[in-house]
Design a protein around this ligand. Structure first.
Ligand code: ZN
Length: 412
């Protein structure tokens, strides 16, 4: 039975963690940044050293192929992978695990001299974390990147995608050319840490993912009147921040009450202008994010929150501008891919359960193109998007071996 080389996988995880490493642990490696570009070059080197074909598409996604040096409709490939970009002050496994486990699977299969019927490809999708555009690389690959939107794509601090891609040697306007030929992908399977506490608390080694949440992000701009914070009587103030704060609290209550128990909400970005203590805030901006595994629920919550923002603006005499910035639809994972994971667990004698993914993943784009699915391993303590995100070495090895068997099954 072909299995992964666990020490080699762990060594690669440690090696990738050095790009953008933070002094206290964890990494900051946003897509197109210098540490990310160094990591990309390192990954291509590892792919080629493993005896695989390595290439990069116009959207910046790195591929490693066994039995393929590009995508073609004539030879549909079984694809695995994840991403090597991270959130600021993120952990070393989010994304990296899926890419490096995928690479290890292909490396081990090549070494074993096995010849699957279909080509196998590992992908490191660019900008999964969406500093410039959510799930950018997989969106481009699946032909869902709007060329007209590219010049306006920018990070929350205003840094433009076209500029950072140019610095990394890419022409952003050509990113839509990354779209895969029709029929070029036979199936997609992504291994990821769960990023939540469910598996860890249940003591189950593997989860088969049956659906992935949709995520909506909306920028809300509240405009009041800047005024002297000492001399302006309280009842005459038009405080933009208080309107934004009122919105954040009430939107949270709405999602908790009407989200069906599986919806969540977050306000992680707030700007207050002019941002000094002796001026009443004249302008406040926030980015509101909502997630749900149910499309209708997500739609209803988005409509209700928009109405809520307008009502708060009216009542407080504050202007409200609502700009939807991104929206993904919840997707169901392929029964065929789920079955491949379940069978692999049974063959390896590992318990597994079924979970929905509470985080967005590239697999949700691939699901629009092909039979797509995911498997999770436990995140220790359920921690993720933080520097102490981790998983046990044995959990990683188990996940990689389940991935390997399931890939062979899908490629047979
Ligand atoms: Zn991830």
């Amino acid at each position: 039975m072909t299995t992964v080389n666990a020490p080699r996988l762990h060594a690669r995880i440690a090696a990738l963690a050095r790009f953008g490493a933070l002094p206290g642990g964890g990494v900051t490696r946003s897509c197109w940044s210098p540490p990310h570009e160094e990591a990309r070059a390192w990954l291509l080197g590892e792919i080629r050293a493993a005896g695989l074909e390595g290439w990069v598409d116009p959207a910046g996604t790195v591929f490693g192929g066994l039995g393929a040096s590009r995508f073609s409709a004539g030879a549909p490939a079984v694809v695995t992978g994840s991403h090597i970009d991270t959130v600021p002050e993120g952990g070393i496994l989010d994304g990296a695990l899926g890419v490096l486990a995928g690479l290890e699977c292909l490396h081990a299969i090549r070494e074993a001299g096995a010849t699957p019927r279909r080509p196998l490809v590992v992908a490191a999708w660019s900008d999964e974390e969406g500093r410039y555009g959510s799930l950018f690389g997989s969106r481009a690959f699946c032909g869902r990147l709007d060329p007209a939107a590219i010049p306006t794509m920018a990070a929350v601090d205003g840094e433009r995608l076209v500029d950072v891609m140019a610095r990394a040697g890419f022409d952003a306007t050509r990113a839509p050319e990354a779209a895969a030929p029709k029929g070029a992908v036979h199936a997609y399977l992504e291994l990821h840490i769960e990023q939540g506490p469910r598996l860890d608390e249940a003591g189950v080694p593997i989860a088969v993912v049956d659906s992935i949440v949709g995520v909506r992000r909306t920028r809300l701009i509240f405009t009041g009147q800047a005024d002297h914070a000492g001399t302006t009587p309280m009842e005459r103030r038009r405080d933009a921040f208080l309107a934004a704060a009122d919105y954040a609290l009430r939107a949270r209550d709405h999602v908790v009450e009407h989200g069906g128990g599986r919806s969540v909400t977050n306000v992680g970005v707030v700007y207050v202008h002019p941002g000094v203590s002796n001026i009443v805030p004249g302008r406040a901006e926030l980015v509101h994010e909502m997630r749900s595994p149910d499309a209708a629920t997500l739609e209803r919550m988005a409509e209700a929150c928009e109405a809520l923002a307008r009502e708060i603006g009216q009542r407080r005499g504050i202007g409200v501008e609502i700009r939807p910035t991104s929206a993904t639809t919840p997707v169901a994972c392929s029964p065929r891919v789920q079955a491949a994971v379940t069978t692999a667990c049974r063959e390896l004698g590992l318990g597994c359960t079924t979970l929905y993914s509470a985080a967005g993943h590239d697999a949700q784009n691939l699901a629009l193109l092909t039979d797509a699915g995911m498997l999770f391993i436990p995140s220790r303590g359920g921690k993720s998007h933080r520097v102490d995100e981790t998983s046990d070495a044995v959990a990683i090895e188990r996940g990689a071996n389940v991935l390997l068997r399931a890939l062979l099954d899908l490629a047979a």
